[in-house]
Write a protein that binds this ligand. Structure first.
Ligand code: NAP
Length: 241
């Protein structure tokens, strides 16, 4: 079996996911570029290859069982196993998210991608991850999912958002449950906050670059054996739950 480390990044056609793929690819890894839109996926793969990354496209809509199953088959056929899964794909669900007036469909949409999508992809990839010597899973969360920060007056956590922010709280909780179940395996699974980065997600209002946002995910994807699992990290260290 190949010694080259094999990673899959979801939502890797642009933004932070693209930079995670570029950063891991620069380590000489084989990079699966998970993305649903064919044109954007193939242009990201071409750009990564031009930069010297050993990248291949993985058609993937994290909300679709059949798409996720096909993605797992494609990774298996291509590489036989998976070493690192970065669950990066995410959406805000839309801008109008005041709890008292929200359309519940907005909440459902955010949870479907940001939480159920992560569970769906993780479980489909787990058989391949279990074949790795040192499997790592990184879930791209956000500090807006920190209930401690949300309830600490004066802490900057963005606008009131009953879909997006709680979907990341939910994702954090899911990450902890996975870590508990997988605690007797070599799999390390952690949640990451990239900071406020200028991407499509926020109309490019973020103050950090997507490359800066990718750094914490790259660190968690390359954790040594015995590293943390079930944690929530940003560049400066642990994020309070
Ligand atoms: P972005 O530029 O909008 O990228 C989001 C990516 O997710 C895109 O590639 C998008 O693909 C993909 N995606 C969305 N729904 C998908 C689905 N159903 N199946 C597959 N892919 C899907 O946003 P970003 O800022 O880089 O966000 C990346 C992650 O970081 C998200 O989880 C986000 O919540 C998190 N985050 C971002 C910030 C920030 O300040 N930017 C802060 C905290 C956390 P399409 O091109 O097909 O839509």
């Amino acid at each position: 079996m190949s010694e080259q480390t094999i990673a899959l990044v979801t939502g890797a056609n642009k933004g932070i996911g693209y930079e995670i793929a570029a950063g891991l690819g620069a380590l000489g890894w084989l990079l699966g570029v998970g993305a649903r839109d064919e044109e954007r996926r193939e242009s990201a793969v071409a750009k990564l290859r031009a930069a010297g990354v050993d990248a291949f496209g993985v058609p993937l809509d994290v909300t679709d069982d059949a798409s996720v199953a096909q993605a797992a088959k494609l990774v298996e056929d291509r590489a036989g196993r998976l070493d690192v899964l970065v669950n990066n794909a995410g959406i805000t669900g839309g801008m109008e998210q005041l709890p008292t007036t929200v359309d519940v469909a907005t909440v459902r949409t955010a949870v479907e991608t940001n939480v159920l999508g992560v569970i769906r992809v993780t479980n489909a990839m787990l058989p391949l991850l279990r074949r790795s010597r040192a499997p790592r899973i990184v879930n791209m969360s956000s500090s807006v999912g920190s209930l401690t920060r949300q309830s600490t007056p004066g802490t900057e956590v963005g606008p009131i958002a009953v879909a997006y922010a709680p979907s990341k709280t939910f994702l954090n909780a899911v990450t902890v449950q996975y870590a508990k179940e997988l605690s007797d395996t070599d799999i390390l699974i952690n949640a990451a906050c990239p900071g406020y980065c200028a991407t499509d997600l926020n109309g490019f209002r973020g103050v950090r670059t997507p490359q800066q946002g990718a750094a914490v995910a790259i660190r968690l994807a390359t954790l040594p054996d015995g590293g943390p699992s079930g944690g929530f990290f940003e560049d400066e260290g642990e994020v309070p739950w």
